[in-house]
Design a protein around this ligand. Structure first.
Ligand code: SAH
Length: 372
């Protein structure tokens, strides 16, 4: 809801808000993701230009950390034309992003119907803001969606003896100002269209908006090249009832004070994979812990520890490493999932010489790191 929605009004990311995310915990997270893109850019033959497109950039911290990596690797990227494209619906968060990334030097962009704001990053890279992925111009692009898909609305379904029913929200007739869950008395358009025929679970959550967006990303990658990295908490088609709310870092009844709490549901990666319709290859989901290890987080931590002299900073580094990696914290709850063009995972020699054994460069994070 533009006037009453959570992200358009509140959008409480960070310690003083409702929830905390990995890029807000440690700079290392964004740095390793920056390396992922540079590594894939190299593996794909160093194209002359790429767009980095982030969906739901929050406070802009992740892009800021990635831009620092691009700057540090500027000798590698110097001949590449890089631009940043942020898809953000929240006016409040887009202002915070503009401040973080450009120091506030942005202009609104009414003459250009697609990007509503533009600016130049502190490191000299052009940045554009959009409300919808469809508005981002076509072109070779790397996409990033961190804790984005879990924020999109879901449909909930329950299997009954009479067939699938949709879980709906109703006004409680007995208690004023109170909402309640009810089951639809019969099937609904959503029960007809959104449940996979082979579904075996009794309770399912489906996020059709995520399906549409993944389809768009897959079409764009198939046509123009690039890759997408999706990181979120989720499962591979096994979980059932994950819809929940957070307010001030505590669980919050999803039906209480709508618009005032962060509502979230685990991402069903099996659904995302299905919705690519084979247009791209997919990798993962793999656990955050495994992905960050493969990306060299231990080495990066050692360097930061060596470079920091005071004990408080070292303690903070170790604490944030634990938050990201500990299986009980974010290490196993979060997953990484990637879309890549099919040719990225196929051996080009094989077509002509089926006996060829030349290996395809492994995809960083999901295999060995190419960029040392
Ligand atoms: N990626 C950030 C923020 C995650 S919160 C981080 O990890 O810290 C979710 C983000 O998605 C917010 O920026 C929110 O405003 C944005 N968002 C939510 N719904 C959206 C939609 N439909 N289209 C575009 N952005 C959306």
């Amino acid at each position: 809801s533009p006037p009453q929605g959570y992200y358009t009004r509140r959008g409480g990311i960070g310690e003083s808000g409702d929830f905390i995310t990995s890029p807000e915990i440690s700079q290392v997270f964004g740095e390793l993701i920056g390396i992922w893109y540079v590594s894939e850019w190299i593996a794909m033959g160093k194209p002359k230009a790429f767009q980095l497109v982030e969906l739901g950039p929050g406070r802009g911290t992740l892009t800021d950390d990635i831009l620092r990596v691009f700057k540090q690797l500027s000798s590698l990227l110097s001949k590449c034309d890089v631009s940043i494209h942020l898809v953000e619906v929240s006016p409040k968060l887009s202002e915070i992003q503009a401040q973080m990334l450009t120091g506030g030097k942005v202009e609104s962009n009414p003459e250009n119907k697609s990007a509503y704001m533009k600016g130049i990053s502190k490191t000299g890279i052009p940045i554009f803001w959009y409300r919808d992925i469809q508005d981002v111009p076509p072109g070779y692009s790397f996409y990033l969606a961190h804790e984005f898909f879990d924020a999109l609305p879901i449909h909930k379904f329950q299997r009954t003896e009479r067939g699938w029913r949709e879980v709906l929200v109703d006004i409680d007739p007995e208690v004023p100002d109170q909402l309640r869950f009810v089951l639809s008395p019969s099937g609904t358009p959503a029960t007809e269209n959104l449940i996979q025929p082979e579904e075996t679970r009794d309770h399912v959550e489906v996020c059709p908006e995520a399906g549409v967006i993944i389809q768009r990303l897959a079409c764009r990658i198939e046509k123009d090249g690039g890759a997408a990295l999706v990181a979120d908490y989720g499962h591979d088609g096994t979980k059932t009832d994950t819809f929940r709310g957070f307010r001030n870092h505590k669980l919050h009844d999803v039906l209480k004070a709508p618009g005032a709490a962060d509502l979230t549901a685990d991402v069903d990666f099996s659904y995302l994979r299905k919705m690519t319709q084979g247009r791209t290859a997919t990798l993962g989901p793999i656990k955050q812990r495994e992905f960050l290890k493969n990306m060299g987080i231990d080495l990066r931590l050692q360097v930061l520890l060596q470079n920091s002299r005071d004990a408080a900073t070292q303690e903070q580094l170790l604490h944030s490493y634990d938050m990201l990696m500990n299986p009980k914290e974010m290490g196993e709850r979060f997953n990484f999932f990637a879309l890549l063009p099919h040719h990225r995972l196929e051996d080009p020699e094989k077509k002509h010489k089926p006996e060829s054994k030349s290996p395809v460069a492994p995809v960083a994070g999901f295999g060995e790191l190419l960029l040392k």
